[in-house]
Design a protein around this ligand. Structure first.
Ligand code: NAP
Length: 267
């Protein structure tokens, strides 16, 4: 029987992860099965327990379960421990281990795919939820400076900033002059792109962790209209975090080249 993996979330019907992992399996010659697992909003633990009891080998975890997954697993890798959120679960003979590959996925997309240097880059992160939580430490390690978390609910930005030793602000009080602005809010789901004043993004490279197959997310569209130096959605991050999860499961690193283009072209 093929080793079984899945993405667990709610909803998961539009997840691109099965297509991405199918491409990795083809490229590496690894014989795996990868599906979608929709769990009820209050039913993460039951669904995950059943999946592993039936022989499942690993899960990717997406909205809204990254914190449930962090609480449910038996141990954490360093990235998950620092993030306080789990996006990848690995089962081995010793334990069910929670990992977090979002940070490495983002940094690889920024550095390797887009060529946006982070060393010494003044970096602003919009949002203070699970996605922001997972990327602050990797951004620090990559050399981002003046790292600031801005959020609609200021106290959440303050709490996260205190945990990571960075600055915080409300969305309406952020200054300008950022080299890189990262949108880690869920505002794109509601079609909202204009999160901060025009001069916050007008000379910056702007990255939206939210993604769409045409790349034109509300934040990307809005930032381009304000004159941003470059814009990108988060499809590359999704693919790179998946590649790291694939590596954790299979110990084989898939080549990610061309996958974003193929997905955008509908392949
Ligand atoms: P989350 O934990 O629910 O956090 C939501 C955040 O968005 C909070 O900071 C919230 O602010 C803010 N927010 C929501 N609606 C807003 C609005 N209309 N205006 C301003 N701020 C708003 O979600 P998450 O897990 O962090 O995910 C955030 C986004 O990142 C999602 O779009 C997700 O798809 C994306 N993501 C992408 C990848 C990838 O691989 N590309 C990986 C992870 C996440 P308050 O605190 O004020 O409510």
């Amino acid at each position: 029987m093929m080793d079984r993996y899945a993405v667990i979330g709610n909803p998961v019907d539009h997840s691109l992860s099965p297509r991405i992992h199918a491409a990795f399996a083809t490229r590496t010659g690894e014989d795996i099965e990868y599906g979608r697992l929709e769990a009820p909003a209050d039913g993460f633990a039951g669904a995950a327990r059943r999946f592993f009891a039936e022989g499942g080998k690993g899960l990717n975890v997406t909205l809204p379960f990254k914190l449930d997954a962090w609480r449910w697993v038996e141990s954490h890798d360093d990235a998950a421990a620092s993030a306080g959120a789990v996006n990848t679960i690995v089962v081995d003979s010793k334990a069910i281990r929670g990992c977090n590959t979002d940070g490495i996925g983002l940094v690889r997309d920024l550095l390797d795919n887009l060529g946006w240097g982070l060393d010494g880059a003044r970096t602003l992160v919009l949002g203070a939820g699970g996605a922001a939580q997972g990327v602050i430490e990797p951004l620090k390690l990559a050399g981002a400076t003046d790292l600031t978390i801005a959020n609609r609910t200021l106290r959440r930005a303050q709490a996260l900033a205190a945990r990571f030793g960075v600055a915080s602000a409300g969305l309406d009080e952020v200054g300008c002059g950022w080299d890189v602005v990262l949108n880690a809010t869920a505002a794109g789901l509601a079609g909202v792109g204009g999160l901060v004043a025009t001069d916050v993004v007008s000379v910056s490279r702007c990255y939206d962790m939210f993604y769409s197959l045409d790349g034109a997310t509300p934040f990307c569209r809005w930032a381009a209209e304000q004159g941003a130096g470059a814009v990108s959605d988060g499809l590359g991050m999704l693919i790179e975090q998946a590649a790291e999860a694939f590596y954790l499961w299979r110990r084989v690193r898939p080549d990610t080249g061309g996958i974003a283009e193929a997905l955008r072209a509908g392949a």
